[in-house]
Structure formats: C-alpha cells, structure tokens
Design a protein around this ligand. Structure first.
Ligand code: IVH
Length: 706
C-alpha cells in the first residue's frame, strides 16, 4: 500500500490492519463458505476502512477491499495485449473423438504415457487476472485471444478474486497470470433475473450472457451488484518462484495462493479413467451449482504440453469433451394456454420440433404472461429452447436478429380457454386463474394428479384414459373413480374386458392401501408435497383433525409456513373439496394415522394439539422414527412404491441429505446424494438391504400389485 507522507502513521497502520482483516473475512465468507464474524461486524470494519480512506485518499491502494463495491466509471473499455495468447479449445462430441485425440497424442509423443488433469467445462466468460508482486494489477477478457478488454475495476468487485495473493514462503511470484472463467451460479442467476423482472428490466437469456454483460460494464458499481465468481483453470505467464511441473501442481499452487479453482478438478492416470470420469460428469451435470457444457482434459505434464504445442486455434495437449447440447434454436409456431388443477393458466409454446440433447421437443413452457412480455417473445419468433434433466423444456428468449417483421405479439386470454369463464389475476401473483370449480380442465387435472405418481400412483391409468373418463362425464372428481363399474368402462375407446378389470382392481387396491400422507398429497392441496403431507399426517392423524386445526397449530410444524397454512385452510373451506371429502369417507377411503400424535376425530381438543412434541416418532414398524431418502433407480421397485413401503414401516421421507437423515437407500446411479451421505457417515443401504430390513426379500412390485 503506497500511503502519502501526509498520512499519520497511526491511520496508515490501522488502514493496513483493517484491509487485512476485511479481506480475510471476505475470503472466509465468499471462498471458504465459513464465515467467522456476523454481517454487522463485517460491515462495521468495512465502513471504518472506507471512512479512513475518504479522509486520506492516499491510503487506498490497488488491493483495498473497498474497491469491491465499485465506483469507477469509464468512458470506454480499453484494450491490452495478452502476454501469451489465450487459445480456444478443440471440441470432442463423443468418446470416439476422445479416443482419436489419445491416438494422436501417441503419434506425436510415442514415448510418453501421459496422465491427465480433468475439470468441468464452465459456461461463462474467459478471463485473465494479472498479479504483479502478489497484487491484482489488471484483468483482461479473452477478446480475440491476442488482445482483450481491460476490465480490472469490474473484476476487483468479484468477491472470490483475491486482491492480494495469500502470503507464502519465498514471497509471491513476480508475475502471475491466472486464467479462468467468470460464472454465475444457477441460484444466483435465477434470483438476478427475478430482480430484473420485478424492476421491469429484461432478464438475461442464460448465466453466460449475464456474466459477460456484468463484466463488460463501464460502471463498476453494476458489476459489484452482480453475483459473479471467478474459477481458475490455468495460468499464462509466470515469473519468479512457482516451480510447477504439472497442470495439477499448477492448479493446486494457484489454489494455495488464494484463488478458487474449478470444483471437481482431478488427476486421472489413464485415458480409460477419462472416459469413466466424463460419463460420471455427464450424469451429474445438474448437481453442479453452475452451468457446465462438458469437461476439459489436459495432458498433466507441463513439459509434454510444451512439446505438443498449439495449432493456430487450440492447444494440442487439451480437449473439451462436450455434452450433448441441451439448448437449441427453433421457431415458435403458436402459443396455447393450459389450465392446471388449481385453475392456473400456463402459456405453452408450440414449436417446430427440434432435437435438444437427443430428445425431440415440440412444446415448452413460457411460464406466465409477464415472462413473455419481459422477454419480448412474439409469435413466429426464432427462439432458444432449453431442456435440463427432467425439467419441462422452456423457451429462453427470442433471437432478435432473426426477426423478419412478420412476428406478432401474443395476447393473453381474458377468459378460460376450457370453460369460457372470465379469469382473474390476484394482486401480487404472476398467474391468471380460472376460478370456476366446475371447469372441465380443473376437474380433469385434479383427477390426473390424484392418480399420478405424486398421488395414489394408480398404475396404468394414464392421461388418455382420464381424459375420456372426464369428457364422457363418468368422472368429475377423484371420488368418482371408486364408483366406476365394468359397464362404465366398457364404453371407452380401445378398452377390453381384461384392461377394464385391471383398472378397477388397480383403483380399488390404491384406495385400500392409501395411507394418510399419500391421500393428502393426492388431494393436490397447493404447496403440500410429500414431506409436508407426512408432517401433517403425523401431527393430526386424520383429515377431520387437520380440517379442524386452527392456523396456529399448523404453523407450529417445522415444515409449515403461512403460505402452506393458508392453502390448507383454503382447501378445507372450498365447497367442492368438502363434497369430495364427504364422498371419500362414504366410500371408505379414509386412512387414519394410528400412531399419530393427536387422537383423530372431530372432537379433538385444539389446545391439546398445540402442546404436541412434533418430533416424536411416527409409527410402529421396523423403520419407526427414522428418516429415509431414496436415490437412484431401485431394481424391481418404483420410487413411489419404495416410499410407500418405507412410510408403512414408520419411516419419514426426507427431501435431501442432511445430518438428520438416518438412512439413504442408494440404487443405480445415485448421484451426489451418495457422496454427501458418505461424507456425513449416514447409513447407506442397497435396494435389497432395504427390502431385507422390511422382511420383504425378493419383493417385486409387479407381483404385489398384480
Ligand atoms: S482451458 C489451454 N479449462 O472454454 C486451454 N477452458 O471453449 C485453455 N473453459 O476459452 C482453456 N472451462 O473460457 C479450460 N476447465 C476449463 C474451462 C475452460 C471453461 C472455457 C474457456 C475457453 C473455452 C473454450
């Protein structure tokens, strides 16, 4: 820090001390995720430093943490040459192409038996940070590879970028150029976009655009307000110290100096290991906090890297293994509006069919009318579509350059497209709803949900059948399912006696074996998923007790907030729902939780409910009082079947791996849950062990339900 001579020694000493403490706690918070002081304490230290620097501007060096809030506003971004070219990467789109790459390595360096350094390929903006004598002196975008834009002020605001490298024996390298990617996590991206929507601004199409847009700003306060992170993947020029011999050593060295490196980076001894690693990475790409578009594999030895050299475009020692694209471009042909079981109207894009990562997509969600307007999506537009894991495909936004002028604005309907009744939009909500409880769409969707996996999981009764049943007036509510006769079903298209009998058997079976938590979920009360349903069932024991429960009793449950309490109350107040419950009771579909914490029945005394210990064990059974979670596919057992068995055995279903989880049942490809459970020392069972524990060895779901 270069302080002018007019600064009192005391102030200089305190400023240096504050800068060190503030940076240290910033790092604990942003890099290590392990804060040691409260936000208020941090703010007070930060403020003290700011005031000192305002009084004595000479105290504000290039590594002052106060630079992190931004402030400098430039007329334009300058350009500067990279001391070493920033190359791009060659891509492989299959493991075949990876094997070709390995063969080529063998030809170019026949005597070498290379090992590899592998990292996820992060989808953000390439960046070079230049540290001179340990202090961040400049930051450059990749630009054309030879010359980049100078974005130093903006990168100083990125919280996980050290402004000064961590002190190490022998001092910092004279010069260190660290290269990496500027990214935004998915969660931060979603929050950023909702803030923009709320402020009437256009949302970013993807995290990459958001990163690039935030870094290439003239006003560094804008960059400071964006949740950017820098993840290192390599170095440029290095002078003085740092005797690194491999890519792995380099990255660990860079990490040791205080930079964050790509998560999941690892050393792989052979080319075969790379294949296994990549398959695993592809299977788990959704588990990463930020978007990946593949993996990057580099020859580990720096000497061999040097020997292999570069082509004009890319290094010969590295390869990007790309995932199948989950994003594609296509045309928006039309927009239809769907009515859900809560009456919510959802706009759905009808697309020219397009292949997205191996799946043909012809419909995608547009979320709601505000999103359509904010993203300025028009009928006839060329649009980007994204598919992620099991999530419904979504339209990201239009390709404005592709517009012809023929595109038309979409007008959201004022009446329900199914029943023609006017729709309404509640204050503060983004959706319009059809409030007509006789609306055929609302009925159909409620029944569909009731029989679905998330409901009673009635096998075989798919959407096509439900549609016929509702359209023919045979079923208007879930209760009607249990009144169906063979004669009713005989009138349906493409149904035989056998199938009809199977349906009736499946419906009756599901009704008989419905547990209270399952039935609660099946009723489709807004915001009541598996975990909440289980908690409600355990606490109240019956639908009567739950219906009679005052809001305070609900709010005492750990899983229940005002929103859930409100929708439970709304549900039981609805006349149609009360009729449904009366019908279900009359049909004998009225499960009670025998070992619930409150005696069921309308006569339940409310005061007594309020004094409950909600954490007491649920039911008697081999898994009584234990929390369980399933992950991966279990052979011979569906997820919902397994969950039902677990609930019947007294277990409580967990929503994720945490210290409170007692058992993780891991099937095939269990994903990151297994790693987390291992790390926490959670008991892990295979599917077979789980069944053994329940005394149901050799259990096969098909047989049980047949
Ligand atoms: S290495 C010498 N490693 O991908 C090789 N690049 O498509 C230089 N990228 O411009 C790049 N994650 O911005 C490397 N783990 C990673 C990466 C990565 C993302 C970006 C990088 C590069 C682009 C090439």
């Amino acid at each position: 820090m270069s302080a002018g001579s007019s600064v009192p020694a005391e102030a200089r000493k305190r400023a240096a001390e504050l800068a060190r403490i503030v940076e240290q706690h910033g790092r604990l918070y942003h890099v290590l995720d392990a804060p040691q002081i409260s936000d208020a304490e941090y703010d007070a230290l930060f403020r003290e430093l700011q005031l000192l620097e305002e009084a004595y501007p000479a105290l504000r060096g290039p590594d002052s943490p106060t630079l992190r809030v931004g402030g400098a506003v430039l007329d334009s971004l300058g350009a500067r040459a990279h001391s070493r070219r920033m190359y791009s990467l060659d891509n492989a789109f299959s493991l075949e192409e990876w094997r070709d790459f390995v063969q080529r390595l063998g030809r170019l360096a026949p005597d070498a038996a290379p090992d590899f350094w592998a990292e996820p390929k992060m989808d953000g903006l390439a960046m070079e940070l230049i540290y001179e004598r340990g202090v961040l002196a400049a930051a450059l975008t990749r630009g054309d590879g030879d010359k980049g834009e100078v974005v130093t002020e903006n990168m100083r605001t990125v919280r996980n970028v050290p402004l000064r490298l961590a002190p190490r024996l022998g001092g910092p390298p004279d010069l260190l150029e660290v290269r990496g990617e500027v990214v935004i996590t998915r969660a931060d991206f979603a929050a950023l976009n909702s803030r923009r929507l709320a402020a009437g601004e256009k949302p970013f199409a993807n995290p990459r655009n958001a990163s690039a847009g935030s870094v290439r700003q003239l006003d560094s306060r804008v960059a400071a307000s964006r949740p950017l992170r820098f993840l290192a993947y390599g170095v440029g020029r290095v002078e003085g110290a740092a005797p690194w011999a491999t890519q792995g050593e380099t990255m660990l060295g860079v990490r040791d100096l205080g930079l964050q490196i790509a998560p999941g980076a690892c050393l792989l001894p052979t080319a075969d290991d790379v294949e296994a690693w990549f398959q695993e990475l592809a299977a788990r790409r959704e588990d990463y906090d930020f978007e990946l578009d593949g993996g990057v594999v580099k020859v580990n030895s720096l000497a061999l890297q040097e020997r292999l050299g570069h082509t004009a475009r890319a290094p010969r020692f590295a390869l990007a293994l790309k995932f199948e694209a989950l994003r594609a471009r296509t045309r928006l042909l039309d927009i239809t509006v769907q009515v859900g079981r809560t009456g919510a109207l959802t706009p759905v894009a009808l697309l020219e069919p397009v292949n997205v990562g191996g799946v043909t997509v012809s419909r995608a969600t547009l979320h709601n009318e505000d999103e359509i307007r904010a993203r300025d999506i028009r009928l006839g537009d060329t649009v980007f579509v994204r598919r992620a894991g099991d999530v419904i495909p979504e339209v990201l936004g239009p390709v404005e350059e592709a517009r012809t002028g023929e595109e038309r604005e979409f007008r959201f309907p004022e009446v329900c497209p199914e029943c023609g009744e006017p729709v309404s939009r509640r204050e503060g909500e983004a959706v319009r709803r059809c409030l007509n409880r006789l609306c055929p769409a609302v009925r159909r969707e409620s029944v569909r949900h009731f029989v679905s996996k998330a409901g009673l999981d009635i096998q075989g009764l798919g959407s096509k059948w439900i549609e016929q049943l509702v359209n023919r007036g045979l079923v208007a509510s879930p209760a009607d399912l249990f009144r169906l006769t063979g004669e009713d079903l005989a009138g349906l298209d493409r149904i035989g006696d056998k199938l009809a009998a199977n349906f009736l058997q499946a419906i009756a079976g599901a009704g008989r074996s419905a547990t209270l938590p399952r039935l609660l979920r099946a009723l489709g009360i807004r915001h009541v998923g598996a975990q909440t349903a289980a908690a409600l069932a355990r606490a109240f024991g019956s639908l009567d007790a739950l219906a009679a429960a005052p809001a305070e009793a609900l709010l005492r449950l750990p899983d229940v907030g005002p929103e859930v309490a409100g929708s439970v109350a709304d549900f039981f107040a609805g006349e149609g729902n009360r009729t449904l419950l009366r019908d279900l009771r009359a049909l004998g579909i009225w499960p009670v939780e025998k070992t619930a914490l409150t005696p069921p029945g309308p006569e339940t005394r409310r005061g007594k409910q309020l004094g409950l210990d909600m954490a007491a064990p649920a039911a008697a059974g081999p898994l009584a009082g234990l929390t369980i979670l399933f992950s991966g596919s279990l052979s011979g057992l569906t997820r919902s079947g397994a969950e039902r068995l677990a609930e019947e055995a007294g277990a409580r279903l967990a929503s994720g791996v945490s210290r409170r989880l007692d058992i993780l049942v891991a099937g095939d490809s269990p994903g990151s849950k297994l790693d987390k459970a291992r790390a926490l020392g959670t008991r892990i069972l295979s599917g077979e062990e789980f069944l053994e524990l329940l005394g149901r060895n050799g259990f096969r779901e098909e047989k049980e339900e047949g």
